[in-house]
Write a protein that binds this ligand. Structure first.
Ligand SMILES: N[C@@H](CCC(=O)N[C@@H](CS)C(=O)NCC(=O)O)C(=O)O
Length: 215
């Protein structure tokens, strides 16, 4: 199977997680961020992740991919329901976290940005949605304090370092991609359980964090 991704994309991290957790082989193909032709040919729109099956059929929507791959061996790993408290926490953080992440994605050495056009196009499209990146970067200190405070309220919601709700659930496929993205942001304080969960999930899913390129 082949998975088309952007490295920075949290939806793509969801799809990558299930292959790592099940130790299933998958060929990762990072598209240039301004390559419209490939995704439009495969699924009719410019969107990743895209899973291409060995018979050529394609599947979009990250959680559809996760549930499809999870069911392949008849031994699903995602057995636990979602936690309403965690969902509420994720919704709150979702309201501002892109102001920290998108300006940093835009300058990071991801394979989807290996041409200046691909990088510039990302910036242009995302600034049209969230506003000027330099302005957001100028407010980093406040946003870093805010996420550090919110991570303190996340800490007691983490039941196990290998599954936020005790056993794997859809919540892990929301939370780990966010924490992986946040590892690109220098200066955030992590409470012990959050750090343990993030580091352990990175190992289990075989997805590297972005700490070495944090900015
Ligand atoms: N609902 C989709 C969302 C996927 C999504 O928004 N992907 C982004 C990348 S992070 C994308 O491809 N956006 C179009 C673009 O970047 O042009 C899913 O869960 O797979």
């Amino acid at each position: 199977m082949k998975l088309y991704i952007y490295d920075h994309c949290p939806f793509c991290v969801k799809a990558r997680m299930i292959f790592g957790l099940k130790n299933l082989p998958v060929t990762l193909k990072t598209l240039l961020n301004d390559d419209e032709e490939t995704p439009v040919r495969l699924i009719g729109k410019k969107m990743v992740p895209i899973l291409q099956l060995d018979d050529g059929r394609c599947m979009a929507e990250s959680m559809d991919i996760v549930h499809y791959v999870d069911a392949l061996d008849g031994k699903p790993l995602l057995t636990e329901p979602r936690s309403p408290q965690l969902e509420a926490w994720l919704r709150r953080v979702d309201g501002y976290v892109n102001r920290l992440l998108l300006p940093r994605f835009a300058t990071a050495p991801f394979d989807e940005f290996t041409t200046p056009e691909a990088r510039a196009g990302f910036r242009q499209r995302k600034e049209a949605i969230i506003g000027d990146f330099e302005q957001h970067l100028a407010h980093s200190a406040g946003l870093i304090k805010k996420i550090s405070d919110d991570l303190r309220t996340l800490d007691p919601l983490i039941k196990q370092p290998n599954a936020v709700n005790g056993e794997l659930s859809d919540d892990d496929f929301q939370l780990f991609p966010l924490l992986r993205s946040l590892s690109l942001v220098a200066g955030i304080s992590y409470p012990a359980r959050v750090a343990d969960y993030r580091d352990n999930m990175a190992k289990q899913t075989q997805i590297t964090l972005l700490t070495s390129i944090a900015r």
